[in-house]
Design a protein around this ligand. Structure first.
Ligand code: AMP
Ligand code: GLY
Length: 458
């Protein structure tokens, strides 16, 4: 795998201005920029919202976006992984920077395609996106570079996997190798459950070719947390910590989802644990990327299990977490456009990054039936009443406009996200705002943030 050389994009002549800065030196700067954001979830709404605050950004497009994003950006009828159409649009509209939200476009090679013609884009190329795109690649990478993770074996034969599961016993974790929209991981309490999961992945092909290989993994116990960094391959900027709530029901019960809520900071990640994570996870990971000649530019999200005070990597993702991005971006004080541009250009050492001291909590509202088959087309009311709420944002995920009305159109529908002086205050603000929102069959967890509040009190 060769190192991708990234050329600076052809500058849009309409965006280049000669300005004088306070030191009275004349320099070229870019203003009135056009940004294209790819994706349609709460994460992308939060990205578009934060990017729209940059004085340099004039116009934002989003492909395909949602009804909330449409209020601040122009939404395009292009799918998030339709690389050819996205590239054509970027050429035609002379887009100054593209920001990729979801993983599918990254593993499909969107960054490689844009970089090939010198277009500025935020996200890792195909070789870097394998960290998320293949669990086998990620586990082998962790083993090779000494990153703490659960013991595992990889299988491409159903019979060998079955034999190994019977030998090892339960609890055990079964993972499909490829992308499975967050549904390819099974934490199994019994051998029968594990064999059921194996059958559905390898025999019934529940996730298609993503299930050609499986990882059978030791089950770790502890508390989970999300730790994200920005990197341009040389500099690492840790983002503030956060914690997701994976399961659909309160008390961490029920099936896993894409994430039902998140808060930042995550008190489980103390200052000293952050130092340990940087030393035992991030440093060897950066060394590994460099040894593998992967020129990674983007976000790396380490999903961690904190077990007996030590961090173990459950997974790497090659993009911002969702819903984690929602509270994190609400806490960001700096200009997001400048940060992402610096990352894409390999100049992250020049970026200024600062955060609000406030905590933030996001509570996701989902549709009836999610994460299984869910209802759509329900009319959403109450959002107009929230315009006066200070420090509260309702980020849209699965919403669309139908005959002038706002309706649900996805599994996760809204992310009610609020700031507060601490997690308890932020949680109260988020639930207060949520109380005004209604649609038929709506579901949300009532315990987002409770674990953090308990931890701080004890
Ligand atoms: P992943 O997509 O790999 O993060 O897995 C989804 C979820 O499955 C994680 O957030 C954990 O809750 C759980 N999980 C994954 N791997 C393990 C493991 N080795 N031990 C315990 N739980 C796990
Ligand atoms: N919230 C988990 C994820 O984005 O993968």
């Amino acid at each position: 795998m060769g190192v991708t050389s990234r050329v600076h994009p052809p500058l849009n002549p309409l965006s280049v201005r000669v300005v004088s800065d306070p030191s009275r030196e004349w320099r070229l700067t870019e203003v009135n920029l056009k940004v294209l954001v790819i994706g349609s979830g709460g994460r992308e709404h939060a990205l578009v919202w934060k990017l729209s605050q940059s004085p340099r950004v004039d116009k934002i497009y989003c492909a395909p976006g949602n009804a909330g994003i449409a209020e601040i950006a122009e939404c395009l009828d292009i799918k998030a992984d339709d690389v050819d159409s996205l590239l054509n649009f970027a050429r035609y509209e002379w887009i100054d920077m593209t920001v990729v939200g979801p993983e599918a476009a990254l593993t499909a090679g969107i960054v490689d395609a844009f970089v090939k013609e010198g277009r500025r884009i935020f996200g890792p190329d195909k070789s870097g996106a394998r960290l998320e795109g293949s669990k086998v690649f990620a586990k082998d990478f962790m083993l090779k570079y000494g990153i703490p993770t659960a013991e595992y074996r990889m299988f491409s034969s159903y019979l060998h996997a079955e034999e190994y599961i019977r030998l090892k016993g339960a609890p055990v974790v079964i993972k499909a190798d490829g992308l499975a929209a967050g549904k390819g991981v099974f934490v199994c309490e019994t051998v029968d459950e594990a064999l059921e999961a194996l059958k559905s992945i390898m025999k019934e092909k529940a996730f298609g070719d993503a299930g050609n290989r499986v990882v059978v993994e030791q089950c770790l116990k502890g508390e989970e947390a999300s730790f994200m960094i920005l990197t341009d391959g040389k500099t690492v900027v840790p983002l503030v910590s956060s914690q997701d709530h994976k399961t659909i029901f309160d008390g961490d019960k029920g099936p896993n989802t894409g994430g039902m809520g998140a808060y930042s900071p995550a008190p489980v990640i103390t200052k000293s644990l952050e130092t340990t994570i940087m030393k035992t996870v991030i440093d060897p990971m950066m060394k590994g990327l460099s040894r593998e000649r992967i020129n990674y530019r983007g976000v790396i999200y380490a999903g961690l299990m904190i077990s007996d005070g030590k961090p173990y990597v459950l997974e790497f993702n090659c993009r911002f977490g969702d819903p984690e991005a929602q509270p994190i971006l609400m806490r960001l004080e700096s200009d997001l456009f400048d940060m992402l541009k610096a990352t894409a250009e390999g100049k992250l050492n020049e970026a200024r990054v600062s955060w609000k001291d406030d905590a933030a909590v996001c509570v996701v509202i989902s549709a009836k039936g999610y994460p299984g088959n869910y209802e759509k087309g329900k009319i959403i009311t109450g959002l107009d009443e929230l315009t006066d709420e200070k420090d509260t944002m309702v980020f849209h995920a699965g919403t669309s406009a139908k005959e002038g009305k706002l309706v649900s159109s996805g599994g996760r529908v809204l992310g009610v996200t609020a700031l507060g002086s601490d997690i308890s205050a932020a949680r109260d603000n988020a639930y207060k705002a949520l109380g005004k929102i209604h649609f038929e069959g709506m579901h949300y967890r009532k315990d987002i943030g409770d674990k953090a509040i308990k931890r701080v009190k004890s």
